[in-house]
Ligand binder design. Structure first.
Ligand SMILES: Nc1ncnc2c1ncn2[C@@H]1O[C@H](COP(=O)(O)OP(=O)(O)OP(=O)(O)O)[C@@H](O)[C@H]1O
Length: 231
């Protein structure tokens, strides 16, 4: 389990996350919702060591990770697909995957696993990443993150800007990965997508998680969506 306990974090003198607590249960999909500027991406970056945590702690299966330098966090088994994907644009699909494998010294078995998950990438191994469609780029970003064989996968708005068929494919992939026991934390703004994939939903506002509920407690008409997302 990934547990965030009472963290304060921000950018230089600007505090964004204030006494924020949150947990992602092992093997579950946890969605994070909240309005623009609520601090969702900052929470992802704080978990990854990309934003300094000033107080509080973050643990993975009881082991503190919040004091590690950013490059050591993926080695603990936490993989991250940021908003905007951050692929190596001039490099090919195969090369992007190769770089992912290097991070935790994974080999052919892992490569085959991620390419089996996304057959469209296998068909495009020699294609330069920047020429892929938006959906294919998102697949590659997720594939590259999975090359770490993580226990926790953080996805920041993976469906942003994608057409419905691609959103469905990403959603089905996340659900397929859940079957393998992967713990997933996903920033997602679409109510229908959240209702289809989340085991739990954390609602953020003003740098804090204000409500955490199980999927069973939510319906499309839940006032929590209105309150925290405005839909
Ligand atoms: N590099 C930065 N330096 C200073 N402030 C930042 C930086 N990045 C984000 N912020 C500020 O932190 C606050 C939270 O931003 P964040 O991106 O975490 O929100 P978000 O909930 O992910 O929003 P969105 O849905 O728009 O992506 C915002 O007020 C933003 O302006």
């Amino acid at each position: 389990m990934l547990r965030v306990e009472g963290i304060t974090a921000g950018y230089g003198p600007v505090t964004i996350l204030r006494d924020l607590s949150f947990e992602a249960r092992a093997g579950q999909v946890t969605c994070i919702m909240g309005r623009n500027g609520a601090g969702k991406s900052t929470l992802m970056k704080a978990i990854m060591g990309l934003v300094p945590v000033q107080s509080g702690q973050i643990t993975l299966a009881g082991v503190p990770v919040h004091q590690l330098p950013a490059h050591k966090v993926p080695q603990q088994g936490i993989a991250y697909v940021p908003q905007g994907r951050r692929l190596f644009g001039p490099l090919t699909v195969a090369e992007n995957i190769e770089i992912g494998l290097l991070a935790r010294k994974k080999g052919l078995r892992t490569r085959n696993f991620v390419l089996d998950l996304f057959p469209r990438l296998r068909e495009r191994l020699d294609q330069v990443a920047s020429t892929l469609s938006g959906g294919e780029q998102q697949m590659l970003a997720i594939a590259r993150a999975l090359c770490l064989e993580p226990s926790v996968l953080l996805l920041d708005e993976p469906s942003e800007g994608l057409q419905p068929s691609m959103i469905a494919l990403i959603r089905d992939t996340v659900l397929q990965l859940r079957e393998t026991g992967l713990t997933t934390v996903l920033v997602e703004q679409r109510v229908d997508t959240v209702l289809r994939m989340a085991d739990r939903v954390a609602f953020m506002a003003h740098g804090r998680v204000e409500a955490e509920v199980s999927r069973k407690e939510l319906t499309a008409e839940s006032t929590l969506f209105q309150q925290f997302v405005g839909v």
